[in-house]
Design a protein around this ligand. Structure first.
Ligand SMILES: Nc1ncnc2c1ncn2[C@@H]1O[C@H](COP(=O)(O)OP(=O)(O)OP(=O)(O)O)[C@@H](O)[C@H]1O
Ligand SMILES: [Mg+2]
Length: 260
């Protein structure tokens, strides 16, 4: 059984006196344990698509299934990490990352131990008892990621989690996140504007076009790059070749006049 399937998803937003066609016939299937990126111009519907996959928005047409079940019924299996970290300023980091298990009434000594282990793994052992205000942007994003992972989601949705970070922090975090997700065999979908990040982290890249949002092209990342940590992947010869192909396609998409 395919892990995740999107079957002809179309979506329109209705306002008081107008409507906007945002997504048109988006179909994809995602294997368990794989890493997918969505790349495309601003406004092409990437966030809308993630919200549909998470079950937060019901698409106008089409269906999303996770392990054969419509996503509406399996919401707790999906972790959604947004661009902003939304950490609670009045809670220390440990309590922040335990928010999910607490809501699910699953907070016990074992999960607390797991939280501490995760925080140590991701380099936050010094700030377990600190408040979010005293952390850097990169540290806060790492804490937010651990909070998402602690709910043990089958599928992780990441909406531009690194875009607000400086380049160096971003590269380090890409490595850490990639290692952690591989270790725990998580399936992930990342939205990014960064071609390099998409290549360095993913198995497959879906390039989207706008007005309406559609899949324009799918790129397979060469196996030689997939097996490397993102920082190393960026130095591989095949990385540059794929970068150039995607760059060219993106430029072509931007030149095409909008229709409809
Ligand atoms: N709640 C809403 N009501 C009406 N229109 C919306 C709503 N949310 C998004 N849109 C519109 O739908 C389109 C797609 O938005 P979406 O946020 O999914 O794009 P995106 O690809 O994530 O863009 P970005 O890269 O800038 O984050 C945009 O034109 C946006 O204005
Ligand atoms: Mg978005």
């Amino acid at each position: 059984m395919t892990f995740l399937t999107l079957n002809q998803i179309s979506h329109q937003y209705f306002n008081k006196d107008s409507y906007a066609k945002v997504l048109e016939n988006v179909t994809m299937s995602v294997k368990e344990g794989s890493f997918i990126s969505l790349l495309g111009p601003s406004g092409c519907g990437k966030t809308t698509l993630l919200s549909i996959i998470s079950g937060l928005i019901n698409p106008t047409r089409g269906e999303v299934t996770l392990l054969g079940q419509p996503v509406m019924d399996s919401n707790s299996a999906i972790g959604y990490m947004l661009q902003q970290d939304y950490l609670f300023p009045w809670k220390i980091i440990l309590d922040n990352v335990l928010t999910g298990p607490k809501i699910q009434h699953k907070d016990n000594p074992e999960i607390k131990e797991k939280a501490i282990e995760f925080l140590q793994d991701i380099g936050l052992s010094q700030v377990i008892h600190s408040y979010p205000d005293s952390l850097s942007g990169g540290m806060r994003q790492r804490a937010a990621l651990i909070r998402t992972l602690l709910t043990d989601p089958k599928l992780l949705l990441l909406d531009e989690p690194f875009s607000a970070l400086d380049f160096q922090t971003k590269l380090k975090l890409e490595n850490l996140v990639s290692k952690l997700l591989k270790e725990y065999h998580k399936t992930s979908i990342l939205v990014t504007h960064d071609i390099g990040e998409a290549i360095a982290m993913s198995d497959r890249i879906f390039l989207m076009k706008a007005n309406p949002g559609e899949i324009a092209e799918v790129f397979e990342v060469p196996i030689e790059i997939r097996d490397l940590p993102p920082f190393e992947a960026r130095k591989h010869m095949k990385y540059q070749l794929l970068f150039d192909r995607i760059w060219e396609e993106l430029n072509k998409l931007e030149k095409k006049p909008d229709v409809g």
